[in-house]
Design a binder for this molecule. Structure first.
Ligand SMILES: *[C@@H]1O[C@H](CO)[C@@H](O)[C@H](O)[C@H]1NC(C)=O
Ligand SMILES: *[C@@H]1O[C@H](CO)[C@@H](O)[C@H](O)[C@H]1NC(C)=O
Length: 470
């Protein structure tokens, strides 16, 4: 990859010379999306709540088609390197671009990097008993070498190799697990009987949910209500797959639009697998607790960890260099940008290492549940502005900016309340205000999107339209 592309300019370094074919694009979308956090998170949620969480993966197929057929054609024909840059071209002004790139960098550090490192650290500690610092610093050092020197081309090609490692490793795990539990029917009966010996008396805690084998669950009383899973999740996932730099950047590196679409289809097909190789394997682990497959699983986890982190480092550096540094230093030369880009990647590696002690001190994982919810509270307004920007010409700069602000305030209010109140343990009485436990976070995503859209329409109609010639 390093010999193939010219890494001395923005296009070569951040977009791999726009010369990647469909399969590496698809593999890179898949492996950037599936991190060690997904392996641990999906398997854990599967073990605790059954198959519904797999809908998170299947929903992505739809959003990947949105990416290939609606968003990527527009980004590619706008000839942009970053998505905040697209917003500047669409609306004019600079504050939207600034806000979006700063918010994205914040989200990468607090959600993507931290959850992957957390899952990786848990795995290294619990399964292998290694020193977390040493293991993670060694991993990050290897990651840094090829991200900093090779740019996006190196990231995409190593992602492709790691996709094979992840899929082959996880499929072997899956086959062994299903043989152990007696196939899907064996899982259905034994999962429902897998009740821990030690659990609070006179409660339903620790007993498998009656709807464990259903994806579409009760709209009011369940853990993942189906209208939320159908509509709210689509809003969050469209933000994640179509309007966030990390995954969309891969389609911008495509040879041409056909290859970008092909990559989205390939990634969509791969997204069928996690339901079986992560969620159901997690459910099986509730039935058969076995410690034997560590080495196999180690290769899978490290591939997942590295492929997501390299992509995040690369995209974060793209945002910083193209959106923020170029604003501060208007006449920066290409050479200067390449140096800044690489230094920022090293900075991200440093930030990740600084996360390790924090990650270690929150061993119970609850903090990281909250961190995950950040995405449902901050993503929907961004998705709404991109979608309305594409479909509604009348949306103007004040409309977009102020509705993003309204969305930010509404979303952060809920987020801060979530952090402040915490979640009652199973069997404890509900002490939170009704608005927190009655409005599921997937419903909240729908409400938040609606509030943002209304604000965008009202402010746009009250302010002058963007002239047609623009
Ligand atoms: C559980 O329920 C039984 C009767 O159904 C009662 O005798 C016992 O005290 C209860 N235990 C607790 C901890 O509430
Ligand atoms: C993209 O490139 C491929 C060859 O790699 C070619 O067959 C295809 O027609 C091109 N598509 C477009 C839209 O130019």
């Amino acid at each position: 990859a390093m010999f193939k592309t010219d890494r001395s300019n923005v296009n070569g370094f951040f977009l791999a010379g726009r010369d990647i074919t469909w399969f590496p694009i698809g593999a890179s979308i898949f492996s950037s999306n599936i991190g060690s956090g997904s392996f641990v998170g999906l398997a854990g949620s599967g073990a605790a709540g059954g198959i519904a969480v797999g809908a998170y993966e299947w929903n992505a197929m739809l959003c990947l088609y949105f990416l290939g057929w609606i968003f990527a054609p527009i980004y590619i024909s706008s000839a942009v390197v970053t998505l905040p840059e697209y917003l500047r071209k669409r609306f004019g002004g600079e504050r939207i671009q600034m806000y979006m790139s700063v918010l994205s960098l914040f989200l990468y550090i607090f959600t993507k990097v931290s959850s992957d490192l957390f899952a990786g650290a848990i795995f290294i500690r619990e399964a292998l008993g290694w020193n977390i610092y040493l293991a993670i610093i060694a991993l990050l050092a290897i990651t840094a070498i090829f991200t900093v020197t090779g740019g996006l081309a190196a990231v995409i090609y190593t992602d492709t190799v790691q996709t094979f490692i992840m899929i082959i490793g996880a499929i072997i795990m899956m086959v062994l697990s299903f043989i152990r539990v007696g196939g899907y029917e064996g899982l259905e009966t034994s999962y429902m009987q897998a009740i821990p010996a030690l659990r609070p008396a006179n409660t339903s805690c620790g007993i498998p949910r009656a709807d464990s084998f259903h994806v579409f669950r009760d709209p009011i009383d369940s853990d993942l209500p189906w209208p939320g899973l159908t509509f709210g999740l689509t809003i969050i996932a469209t933000w994640y797959f179509c309007t966030d730099q990390v995954l969309a950047q891969r389609t911008l590196a495509a040879k041409n639009l056909s290859h970008a679409k092909g990559g989205c289809v390939a990634a969509g097909l791969m997204k069928i697998l996690p339901m079986y190789m992560m969620v159901m394997v997690g459910m099986i682990s509730r039935v058969v607790f076995t410690g034997k497959r560590k080495c196999l699983l180690l290769a899978v986890m490290i591939a997942a960890l590295m492929s997501s982190l390299t992509s995040v480092f690369n995209s974060a550096s793209t945002l910083f260099t193209c959106d923020l540094w170029q604003k501060i230093r208007k006449n920066a030369s290409e050479r200067e940008l390449m140096i800044v880009g690489r230094v920022f990647m090293l900075f991200m590696v440093g930030v990740s290492i600084a996360w390790v002690p924090i990650v270690q001190s929150f061993a119970n994982g609850q903090l990281f549940d909250y961190i995950q919810s950040i995405t449902s509270y901050l993503g929907p307004p961004i998705m709404v502005i991109f979608a309305m920007g594409i479909f509604w010409p009348r949306l103007n700069e004040p409309g977009a900016f102020w509705s993003l602000m309204v969305g930010l305030v509404t979303g952060s209010t809920r987020m801060i309340m979530d952090f402040a109140y915490g979640t009652p343990l199973c069997g404890q009485d509900e002490y939170r205000p009704a608005v927190l436990y009655k409005v599921h976070y997937l419903y909240f995503a729908i409400i938040l999107a609606a509030i943002t859209a209304i604000a965008a329409v009202v402010v746009s109609l009250l302010t002058p339209p963007i002239p047609k010639n623009k």
